[in-house]
Design a protein around this ligand. Structure first.
Ligand SMILES: Nc1ncnc2c1ncn2[C@@H]1O[C@H](COP(=O)(O)OP(=O)(O)OP(=O)(O)O)[C@@H](O)[C@H]1O
Length: 396
């Protein structure tokens, strides 16, 4: 179910809309337009749909228009053309057309925002800061303090409730910012580079916490980042922006495998494939292996016995090898050596490497109970060297 739908949105900073919009339609670039009218095109013809429970990351270099688009979703930036629809119960409200009363309702009940600068109030305690938004929602004092305390517990800061923000580290303050946003209990959370000022370790912890909170609370999150590794880690969908336009919108793995332009490819070239690739885009397909009758050769001493696409056994020089079907709950260290791991083809590369680190064998991949391929060291090296660009997962 769509919670935010952005349709053909243009955002322009300046007073010459009547001249600027036709120039945009004629295909003039942002740089041309600044020269011709003095207006700055912030966003041009953006289209995006974000469904319930998705984390959509807006990604791009500085000045590409990420924050401008994000801020339009809660009415902080005026939309020149197009629609920005946000779900309000059973209806979709167009933020571009909202009056002040409706906008206030949307901001207090539907859409809340977390800023990079934390935006905590220094004169209030940590607990009061978290409770602040609830006061605006009209919640009675005792109730809002109870709720704020629960939220602080979720980010492991309940012991710090009575401190002032300046007694906390940057990472802790950002956690308070998160607790405050989650306390509002709005359906949509807008997050503008919330972790970018933090050191890498704290940043990675907060990303993990955000993913956990999101799983538990099923919020819809739109997150701005200029870091593709962050986008790949937390995003279920990524929209890449360049010069005010969305140039590619896709699932994280697709962005890495099929970058649409050179600009995207440059970002992708520096990503860590462990965080994003999956078995089905890494594997050697079963059809690529030598086979006779029901036997598929893995190497000189190992083969798979397969009937009607189903894996029957894995055979080694000394006879049948023990197998285990991996799930995310499998404790790899407890599996006896010499066991062959069978995993779903959707297994994350990080998990597959973890298995290979423990096991002497290739990993056999299945999809819908059919044996579809194997993962060998060659497949891992191929990915780690960035040679997977342009390979389509669907085809694999
Ligand atoms: N209030 C404003 N008035 C005039 N121009 C603006 C305003 N806000 C943004 N812009 C312009 O719009 C363009 C997009 O800016 P925006 O802040 O959205 O980029 P961004 O991708 O979020 O960059 P960053 O990562 O640096 O925050 C820039 O050229 C910027 O100068």
């Amino acid at each position: 179910m769509a919670v935010v739908t952005i349709e053909n949105v243009d955002i322009v900073f300046g007073d010459n809309l009547a001249q600027t919009l036709p120039l945009m339609d004629k295909g003039h670039t942002r740089d041309d337009i600044i020269g011709m009218t003095g207006d700055v095109v912030g966003v041009q013809n953006a289209n995006i749909e974000v469904n319930e429970g998705e984390i959509c990351v807006l990604m791009g270099l500085s000045g590409s228009g990420k924050s401008t688009l994000l801020r339009a979703i809660n009415g902080l930036n005026k939309i020149a053309r197009g629609r920005c629809l946000v779900r309000d119960g059973d209806t979709m409200v167009d933020i571009a057309e909202c009056d002040e009363t409706k906008l206030r309702h949307m901001r207090t009940h539907r859409v809340s925002m977390v800023f990079q600068s934390f935006a905590l109030m220094p004169w209030l305690t940590v607990l009061e800061n978290v409770a602040f938004g609830l006061e605006m929602q009209g919640m009675p004092k005792t109730e809002r303090l109870i709720k704020a305390r629960e939220q602080l517990k979720m980010v492991s800061l309940d012991q710090w409730a009575d401190k002032k923000p300046d007694e906390l580290s940057g990472g802790m303050r950002q956690r308070v910012g998160l607790a405050r946003a989650f306390a509002m209990d709005t359906d949509v959370l807008l997050m503008d580079e919330p972790f970018s000022a933090l050191d890498p370790l704290i940043r990675s912890q907060l990303q993990d916490e955000l993913i956990e909170l999101q799983k538990r609370l099923n919020k819809t999150i739109i997150f701005v980042s200029h870091d593709l590794d962050e986008a790949l880690k937390i995003g279920t969908k990524i929209a890449i922006m360049e010069s005010a336009k969305i140039i590619q919108e896709d699932a994280p793995e697709q962005i890495v495998l099929n970058p649409a332009t050179e600009y995207v490819e440059k970002f992708v070239a520096h990503t860590n494939p462990l965080n994003v690739l999956r078995g089905n885009s890494l594997m050697t397909h079963i059809k690529e292996l030598a086979s006779t009758d029901d036997k598929v050769v893995i190497d000189d001493s190992t083969w798979l016995e397969i009937k009607e696409g189903k894996l029957i056994s894995v055979q080694g020089a000394q006879g049948e090898l023990p197998v285990v079907r991996w799930t995310s709950d499998t404790v790899i260290e407890d599996v006896a050596e010499n066991t062959v791991f069978i995993a779903p083809s959707s297994i994350a590369m990080r998990d597959a490497v973890e298995i290979r680190y423990h096991s002497n064998h290739v990993i056999v991949l299945e999809k819908n109970e059919q044996c579809v391929g194997i993962l060998t060291d060659h497949n891992f090296y191929h990915a780690l060297l960035g040679k997977h660009f342009g390979r389509d997962t669907e085809a694999a």
